[in-house]
Design a protein around this ligand. Structure first.
Ligand SMILES: [Zn+2]
Length: 349
């Protein structure tokens, strides 16, 4: 990010600080302090991409977060959302995809500091040791985690979440058996490999067009506690505790400070498209314990040719942007805008 942008954002944050303090004081008293969930992908000092943050940059952010926020697990986020009560500044740290380089610095650092972390992985890349299509498009061959890595992550006390088997664009999937294969199969593989509960799911790419009401319902039925998007937004107490909004772990600490301290322009707004708002609230929470280690009949009935077709679907997918009309965002954008849309935060991968 340019120095000019950094200065503008910092100036805006400082200028809006009185408003932020007032709102924070009210939320603390009412127990309705919104929860922020950050998502990162890869912490490394080589091959920088839009979804990479340097080791020093990540350490700087974690230092700042640890100093100013209570850092929560996704289970705790879910619990507080269910109770509808949170009386303090709270942030959760998550990772998507599963890059081997995270083992070198980021994850051991979090484990050593006993900071909770949800690590969402796509199992086919771990089991087959193949590269992510979005990296190969850039000519990069970035190693995914191994099963051994995941076992170490579990030993360190960090949490493992599901991110589909093949990292496909769920928004393009209409076959319920394929959804069960991707959402339920990923979970079952992780449970069988690691023997730990896998109760949280994150949609690949994470924009509002990268999932459907049908996919949300399948995830509910499979017994996940939460599904996460990646198009920005805060988790307001009283919102559906099943559907978690996440904010991009941007490499710029200035931008993170602005977002995580609850940017006044976004705190009262919900960026969901209408269909998603409806999907989130039409069904009651229906939790069931996950005890079935075997595929469902319908999931077994769907067998892929998927690896090639789904991957090719995914490779054509680009970073999307969520729409939220009437919000001035020009100061803060760093991703290309789509026609007719205002980009909110940044996209997932
Ligand atoms: Zn991803």
């Amino acid at each position: 990010m340019s120095l000019k942008s950094e200065i503008l954002i910092e100036a805006y944050r400082l200028a809006s600080q009185p408003w932020r303090w007032l709102r924070q004081w009210r939320w603390t008293r009412s127990g309705r302090y919104p929860i922020v969930v950050l998502f990162y992908h890869r912490v490394a000092d080589t091959n920088p991409t839009d979804w990479t943050i340097s080791r020093a940059g990540f350490a700087q952010q974690v230092d700042w977060l640890q100093k100013h926020f209570e850092l929560l697990s996704m289970d705790e986020v879910h619990q507080r959302m269910r109770k509808g009560y949170n009386d303090r500044p709270s942030v959760a740290i998550t990772f998507d995809d599963g890059y081997a380089e995270n083992m070198d610095y980021a994850l051991p650092m979090l484990a050593e500091r006993k900071i909770p972390c949800m690590y969402y992985v796509s199992t086919s890349f771990i089991l087959n040791q193949t590269y992510f299509p979005h990296d190969e498009q850039l000519g990069l061959q970035l190693q995914p985690n191994s099963v051994r890595d995941l076992k170490r992550i579990v030993q360190w006390g960090l949490d493992i979440g599901a991110h589909t088997r093949t990292h496909l664009d769920i928004g393009k999937v209409t076959d319920v058996q394929q959804l069960e294969y991707e959402l339920g199969g990923c979970r079952r593989e992780l449970i069988n490999l690691l023997n730990v509960p896998v109760e949280h799911f994150a949609f690949p790419y994470g924009q509002s067009h990268n999932f459907t009401a049908q996919a949300i319902e399948v995830a509910r039925r499979l017994g996940y506690k939460t599904v996460s998007a990646a198009y920005g937004g805060y988790n307001h107490l009283g919102d559906d505790p099943f559907f978690i909004q996440r904010v991009h772990g941007d490499p710029s600490l200035t931008r993170i400070k602005n977002w995580v301290t609850l940017d006044p322009r976004w705190t009262g707004l919900h960026p969901d498209p209408a269909w998603l708002s409806a999907a989130k609230h039409t069904t009651a929470e229906a939790f069931r314990p996950w005890s079935d280690a075997n595929p469902t009949a319908s999931e077994e009935a769907w067998r892929p040719t998927l690896t090639s077709s789904a991957s090719s679907t995914a490779t054509t997918e680009t970073c999307g942007t969520a729409t939220r009309s009437a919000i001035p965002t020009s100061l803060f954008e760093h991703s290309p805008q789509q026609p007719g849309s205002n980009s909110v935060f940044i996209s997932g991968r």
